[in-house]
Design a binder for this molecule. Sequence first.
Ligand code: FAD
Length: 327
Amino acid sequence: MPDNRPIYALIPACGTDTHAELALMAEARKLADRRGGHAHVLMAGSDTEHAVAQARAAGLDHAWHMATPIDLQVHQYVDVFATALQTPGLADGLREALVLVIANPDNEALAGALAARLGGAPLGRCTGFVFDEPGGIAAQRSAYGNRLDITLSANAGPAIAAVRPQAQPSNQDRPTEIHSLEACDARAAYPVNTVPRTEPHAALEGASIVVSGGRGSGEAAFPALYELAAKVGGAVGASLPAVDAGWAPVTRQIGISGKYVSPHIYVAVGISGTPQHLAGIDPHTRIVAINKDADANIFNVAQIGVVAEWQSLIPALIQALEISPAR
Ligand SMILES: Cc1cc2nc3c(=O)[nH]c(=O)nc-3n(C[C@H](O)[C@H](O)[C@H](O)COP(=O)(O)OP(=O)(O)OC[C@H]3O[C@@H](n4cnc5c(N)ncnc54)[C@H](O)[C@@H]3O)c2cc1C
């Protein structure tokens, strides 16, 4: 009988984060048990052996693995997985499948592109799922930086969700069927070499202090913001207009169409505090706002607000830190 309630765990570049990969497989097992279908993992990478062993440990019903010469780019994984998902055994339950990826920017781009290719539903970053009797899927997720909880109903399959897997494998002693797939040709050429770009400034990801500039800070502020961030062990972020103007790279954009950050302290300089920008800041983050307009919305969410032009404050702050360095 065809399985019309399967859960697929999708793992590109397997072996990159074995801890999260095992947790994703355990999550797929748990959800498949709740939904009453089979748990599959579909993985691609240059070394799939370890991931196959993990699929056994997680008690998955099926492990589909595919060797690629080296780890690929996101758009290539879209090709590779879209083709692999047409394999009999995977294709049969695809329309009804809930497909899971580990939440990170690359996988979320993969999930969106794959949903478009397969005519499925991209659910975004989800925190929970409810399955109903006819096999429907409702996904729970937050929006606007955890300020709103929403429930999405996936009425076109497959439903593709990014999750932060927490599940532990429970030693269920179930047999796992292992399937080796032909590595299909990705549309674009395989990269033969990848060289990470080096950036002179600290990365935004994981920073405990973020100093961000906006339209009001202007281009002139950014060297000072980088200096201030370096002095306090933080990283620089930017609003969309600052990125659009070319004052900061797009990798530093914070907001609904940029990155989501959760530092302890967020210093907003010349940023008005629109919902689109605040959506990129964790609600538990403490905001320090520097803005010349006392009525700016940012002061409604800031714990500390200074009504001032940045020019009168930021250089003085840097100087003060030179005299008494931050610990
Ligand atoms: C679909 C969509 C997605 C979007 N995604 C994002 C996103 O991801 N991130 C994002 O940031 N925006 C996003 N936006 C844009 C968003 O709507 C706002 O336009 C943007 O957030 C405003 O950026 P800002 O605060 O830098 O500029 P403004 O709103 O123009 O604010 C500038 C502030 O600087 C202050 N100021 C001026 N001069 C000084 C000075 N000398 N010293 C101190 N303060 C000064 C002003 O008082 C003002 O409050 C999106 C919009 C749309 C429609």
